[in-house]
Design a protein. Structure first.
Length: 186
């Protein structure tokens, strides 16, 4: 069953009346969920739960995918798959933060990657998680600068100062480091 689920997850075409049709992520999800239901303590169960989350993610259902990954962490906390699930939670929120208008998804992505690094600091994905955190921070600061400049143009200086201070608070001394670099090059 596990191998069949893998084939669907990898994009194998589903046969419909003997004719190959579109790949079925929903079918992959069903197969993996059945494995977890019928054999929750088998060696395949943690991976099956993780891949159910992957199938949901590929179907464009991020909330359900996150719930599936959280299930891996809560049911199988000592399994190596739990580290991948924690990373994937951050990744799903990161992808969501690119399209979301509010900062909620970015904040959740940051929290998930920080949790990942705290729990699994020696994971092979630790460097990527740190890069993702830097990306999130840079994007947040960039947005704050844009908002500050907007208020500056509108001559609403009090609001502009609030956003400029937010950038300064998040990256103190950044301008000084640039100045020092320029001076050392001369």
């Amino acid at each position: 069953m596990y191998n069949i689920g893998q084939k669907f997850l990898e994009g194998a075409k589903r046969k419909l009346l003997g004719v190959k049709a579109f790949p079925s992520m929903a079918r992959a999800q069903q197969i993996f969920e059945n494995i977890v239901k019928t054999a929750p303590f088998s060696k395949w169960a943690p991976l099956a739960q993780f891949y159910a989350g992957q199938a949901l993610e590929k179907q464009g259902q991020p909330e359900q995918a996150i719930a599936a990954y959280e299930e891996v962490i809560s049911r199988y906390p000592t399994d190596p798959t739990a580290a991948d699930a924690q990373y994937q939670i951050g990744y799903v929120y990161l992808v969501e933060s690119r399209t979301a208008q509010d900062k909620g998804a970015a904040t959740k992505a940051q929290e998930a990657f920080e949790d990942f690094l705290a729990r699994y600091p020696t994971s092979e994905k630790a460097a990527q998680a740190q890069d993702n955190l830097k990306t999130l921070q840079t994007r947040e600061n960039s947005n704050a600068v844009k908002i500050a400049k907007f208020y500056d143009k509108k001559k609403n200086y009090k609001a502009a100062v609030i956003y400029y201070n937010e950038v300064i608070k998040e990256q103190p001394g950044r301008r000084m480091r640039r100045r020092r670099k320029r001076e050392s090059r001369r």
